[in-house]
Design a protein around this ligand. Structure first.
Ligand SMILES: Cc1cc2nc3c(=O)[nH]c(=O)nc-3n(C[C@H](O)[C@H](O)[C@H](O)COP(=O)(O)OP(=O)(O)OC[C@H]3O[C@@H](n4cnc5c(N)ncnc54)[C@H](O)[C@@H]3O)c2cc1C
Length: 478
């Protein structure tokens, strides 16, 4: 039997693998190919306290960004452990960008009081970190396995049910199971997330009576380029930090109508402003690089430059039509500070799928990659210290239809519903309508995989309705 089974091959899952000794029988399973994760697409960087003195300032910034809804204990754990995890990956050989003196190059992002973001290859931090951890992980990774159930009985998780690439269901038994399956992006019509990130494990947990918290708290990124295939290609906040402007069709910087900080206002403020301005004026909105020098653009943002050029833009001359898009989930499966899910003896959740309340009601920029390093290590340390064991019981593979003919149609309707009514600005009556619609979808003839997505969506709407007042990124008009 497997000792530690990890679901997901993003940075959280891989760093959990890296921290599991070779002597343990550990397996990482993942839905698509290993790089198909949000981690791979992270651009800006990883936040860290600069030194012991900076810990308190990093804590203060995180609490403030989170609208003081964060768990102080979780934020302390994040910041206090940041120095050791960053030191650990550097010692393993990871190379963050350096300045001209060969020292680590720290940059600043919105709402940080100091320059404390580390990055790799300019704007490709996620890709570099992911590839590096793939090389360092000593355990097997099995691709194209979709988790379709958790095998839970009497508060013990015995393993998982998976659908393999031959469309066959099978069981994998393990002494401890770690969920590292990321966020919920594909529930939304416009999302910066990788397509495989669709809240499946959230839904499976709801089905098992496991508690999800703060699901209504999510970030929308203000600047993405929607390509023909409807993918929202993220245009990093750092572009605005370096002078890119948000303008309307007449080149007017309308953000000043909403906030004197204009392009440098917090993400949720900018997203709401764009959404509102577009609705009221039926105008297109653009990101303009008129202040950029071509060489600077190429060197500082090599990947964004390349991606936009491949879409046919001439930079920095062309303005890019932008839209806000769903980006990040602050809520998730409730865990303690070791990633342990309450009431189930050997089940853990780490990374974006988990909620320790470390981000409160609004995540401080670049704290999520840090979260995917700090909490996986704590979870693996906890698992190793407990050495949990049990007498295996065999679960029967039940006959079930995972996909049915109308699923795709309903999924597209769900994505529209989520984008229009459970998006940047929420109205109570529209939330109520959405709940009815989701219940209608749930009672129709659907496959199991869609059911999980609908259950996740339903928990978002229910929790949004329960949160009567706006808080952090949740903006509600009654
Ligand atoms: C475009 C973009 C840019 C970002 N930039 C930054 C940044 O600069 N700094 C920062 O701190 N954060 C950034 N973020 C957020 C950050 O990247 C994520 O929060 C973080 O990487 C999540 O890591 P994770 O390991 O928890 O999940 P992910 O990296 O999303 O990995 C989840 C894994 O679970 C697998 N999985 C999902 N469902 C199943 C299933 N049913 N069965 C089996 N496997 C499954 C997926 O295939 C995937 O391998 C960005 C996010 C995006 C989308």
């Amino acid at each position: 039997m497997i000792d530690i089974l990890i679901i997901g091959s993003g940075v959280a899952g891989l760093y959990a693998g890296v921290n599991t000794p070779k002597s343990k029988n550990c397996l990482i399973i993942t839905k698509g190919m290993p790089w198909q994760s949000n981690s791979f697409y992270a651009q800006g960087g990883v936040a860290t306290a600069l030194n012991k003195k900076d810990i308190q300032l990093h804590i203060n910034d995180t609490m403030k960004a989170g609208d003081n809804y964060c768990s102080l204990e979780a934020v302390k754990a994040l910041s206090e452990n940041s120095l050791s995890v960053i030191d650990d990956i550097i010692k393993m050989g990871f190379e963050f960008d350096k300045d001209e003196n060969g020292k680590l190059a720290y940059t600043k992002e919105g709402a940080h009081s100091s320059k404390r973001i580390l990055h790799a290859n300019g704007d490709a931090t996620g890709r570099f970190l992911h590839s590096f951890l793939m090389q360092k992980n000593p355990h097997a990774i099995e691709s194209n396995l979709i988790v379709t159930d958790l095998l839970i009985k009497d508060n013990i998780c015995y393993g998982v049910e998976v659908l393999d690439s031959n469309n066959k269901l099978k069981h994998i038994y393990a002494k401890s199971v770690v969920i590292a399956s990321g966020g919920i992006g594909s529930l939304y019509k416009y999302s910066t997330n990788e397509k495989s990130i669709s809240g499946d494990l959230h839904g499976i947990c709801i089905n098992k009576g496991i508690e999800l918290i703060d699901m209504e708290l999510m970030q929308f990124h203000p600047t993405s380029y929607i390509s023909k295939d409807k993918t929202a290609n993220l245009l990093s906040e750092a572009l605005r930090g370096e002078g890119a402007l948000i303008v309307d069709e007449y080149n007017r910087r309308f953000l000043f109508d909403y906030d004197e900080r204009a392009e440098l206002a917090p993400r949720d403020v900018v997203s709401r402003a764009i959404f509102d301005y577009q609705q009221k004026n039926s105008t297109k909105v653009y990101l303009s690089f008129e202040n950029f020098d071509k060489n600077f653009f190429k060197i500082r943002f090599p990947n964004i430059y390349k991606t936009l050029s491949e879409f046919g833009f001439t930079l920095p001359r062309d303005k890019i039509k932008i839209s806000p898009a769903y980006h990040y989930s602050m809520g998730g499966i409730k865990t303690d500070l070791n990633g342990k899910i309450p009431n189930i003896k050997n089940l853990y959740a780490i990374g974006e799928v988990a909620c320790t309340r470390v981000h409160g009601a609004n995540r401080l920029a670049s704290n999520s990659l840090l979260e995917t390093l700090v909490f996986p290590k704590r979870a693996i340390d906890d698992i190793l210290s407990k050495n949990f064991n049990f007498k295996k019981i065999d679960f029967k593979i039940k006959d079930k239809e995972l996909e049915k003919k109308d699923d795709l149609k309903i999924e597209l309707e769900l994505q529209n519903l989520m984008w229009n009514f459970i998006g940047i600005i929420r109205y109570k009556d529209k939330l109520k309508f959405s709940l009815q619609e989701i219940d209608k979808f749930l009672s129709s003839d659907i496959g199991e995989l869609l059911k999980f997505k609908l259950l996740t969506a339903k928990s978002i709407v229910k929790q949004a309705l329960n949160r009567k007042k706006s808080l952090g990124a949740h903006y509600i008009i009654n």
